[in-house]
Ligand binder design. Structure first.
Ligand SMILES: Cc1cc2nc3c(=O)[nH]c(=O)nc-3n(C[C@H](O)[C@H](O)[C@H](O)COP(=O)(O)OP(=O)(O)OC[C@H]3O[C@@H](n4cnc5c(N)ncnc54)[C@H](O)[C@@H]3O)c2cc1C
Length: 377
């Protein structure tokens, strides 16, 4: 499709691509601009689980997401790996879940568990997905529906009047549109920097380790129950902490899944990170491997084929931002999906597209929930 788009989407991760797809399906002329490649960052480098549980605000989006992934999987001719039925995830650790398992039951559910693991529960809402291929398949669908998906085109600045965004200044020149949707992950603040709204989303780096195929098979994915608490407790380093060298070390919550060929994907660390260049690799990877070997001692002998990292776009309250930037007409945010962006991404794209078309937004997710901080003189 050529000519002036109705909507520009900035960012070709899962959120941007899903949003462009949903808009194009609704007949909207949409240009998506991605400065690198599709799914080049967190959306293509993550743990690859579509997994609950979900906060109540995201439950409907998550349920719809499963339907949309199933539909995409079918329509793409199974172009990406996706579990059609739940693979299951053993949530490890103490808790008050109604289906809590004692040690003897745990050993029957997952015989390779380490001896230090004494309790857990089986989460039936967990599927494995190849996230990079899924995003590219989604982009193919978006293109087929008429979206103009462009890679290698960065957005350098918003075009705007005092209170209205009118387009973007991109590497390919000025592009005008009635609506600009910023789905630029942890870089969303930078795209919006000329507005008065400081997008409250930071990058939280995670390191993952991939092994060669194992001579054994795990029955489920495994996840430390402490994920939620670990994410909530993350600090953002201050200038003073950097100056005094007192920045917290990376936190680790164990997460393991095995692909069809038997490779194990071991995750994951969490550390607020303001740099695009991977840092703290040794510390984080050591902790990830140590926790993995506690969860499943048999992983210790497996050779490693890849170590990688990426940054989650995490909001200050753990929920995504879907909706208009306060005080700036025509500027919409779709970011902040934290550690569940693949799970929620495809449904979020549909929700954001519906918001744009109907001008109706869930207040629980609207950027306006973040009050302006007072300026101290
Ligand atoms: C270690 C780790 C494991 C994870 N595991 C899972 C999991 O198992 N399940 C799950 O659901 N989620 C998981 N996540 C979370 C998930 O990966 C993210 O929430 C999701 O990928 C975020 O997608 P996004 O599209 O918002 O951001 P991104 O994938 O970061 O995409 C944003 C895009 O915007 C582009 N961009 C930025 N600035 C500009 C600009 N100026 N112009 C043009 N383009 C621009 C970037 O190049 C990038 O491609 C994990 C995250 C991490 C870090």
């Amino acid at each position: 499709m050529t000519g002036r788009p109705d909507v520009i989407v900035v960012g070709g991760g899962v959120i941007g691509v899903a949003t462009a797809w949903a808009l194009a399906r609704a007949g909207v002329r949409v240009d998506l601009l991605e400065r690198d490649g599709l799914a080049a960052h967190a959306s293509g480098r993550n743990q690859g689980l579509v997994i609950g549980p979900h906060p109540p605000e995201m439950a409907a989006i998550a349920t719809r997401g499963i339907e949309l992934y199933e539909e995409l999987h079918e329509r793409s001719g199974h172009a990406f790996f996706f579990d059609r039925m739940s693979h299951g995830c053993l949530m490890v650790g103490e808790g008050d879940h109604s289906e809590h398992l004692a040690r003897a039951d745990l050993a029957a559910v997952e015989p390779l568990l380490g001896p230090s693991i004494t309790s857990g529960w089986l989460n039936h809402d967990a599927r494995r997905i190849d996230p990079a291929a899924a995003v590219v398949a989604l982009a193919e669908e978006a293109r087929a529906a008429g979206a103009n998906i462009r890679t290698g085109v960065g957005v350098r600045e918003l075009l705007r009047t005092a209170d209205h965004v009118t387009g973007v200044l991109s590497d390919d020149g000025r592009i005008e549109a009635g609506v600009v949707i910023v789905a630029a992950g942890p870089w969303s603040w930078r795209v919006c920097r000329s507005t008065d709204f400081d997008v409250p989303v930071r990058g939280v780096r995670g390191w993952l380790v991939v092994t060669r195929p194992a001579p054994f098979r795990l029955r489920h994915a495994l996840e430390d129950n402490t994920w939620g608490a670990t994410q909530k407790g993350l600090g953002t380093p201050t200038v003073g902490e950097l100056a005094s060298g007192t920045v917290d070390p990376p936190a680790v919550a164990g997460l393991i899944q095995q692909d069809g060929a038997g490779r194990l994907l071991l995750g994951a660390s969490l550390q607020t990170s303001a740099t695009d260049d991977p840092e703290h690799q040794d510390e984080a990877v050591t902790a990830v491997c140590r926790r993995a070997a506690e969860l499943v001692p048999a992983v210790a002998s497996l050779p490693i084929v890849e170590i990688r990292s990426c940054r989650r776009p995490m909001s200050d309250d753990g929920l995504p931002l879907h909706g208009p930037v306060p005080g700036m007409e025509g500027l919409i945010l779709a970011t902040g999906h934290g550690s569940q962006g693949i799970t929620w991404g495809i449904g979020s794209g549909e929700a954001v597209a519906a918001g744009v078309l109907g001008d109706r937004w869930d207040p629980a997710l609207a950027p306006a929930r973040f009050a302006e901080p007072a300026i101290v003189q």
